[in-house]
Write a protein of this length. Structure first.
Length: 71
């Protein structure tokens, strides 16, 4: 799974808007849309913020693990 697919999946699973996800990541809504559409790759800081927001591991968020639990 690509990062943009993971971001979209989590946002929809949590039933939040792109604007809410952008606020959680500390970026503009347009920047967040670019992440979801695969136009731009999010920085590590953005990914960590989103993993914290969704309360999952960073590896799970980006599709590198099947285990959502944070250690």
């Amino acid at each position: 799974m690509s990062i943009n697919d993971g971001l979209r999946r989590f946002r929809k699973a949590y039933k939040i808007t792109q604007k809410q996800a952008a606020q959680a990541a500390g970026v503009t809504e347009r920047n967040y849309q670019d992440y979801e559409y695969g136009k731009v790759s999010p920085s590590a800081t953005v990914l960590i913020s989103l993993a914290d927001y969704f309360d999952v591991s960073l590896d799970y968020l980006v599709g590198r693990s099947d285990e959502p639990k944070r250690y």
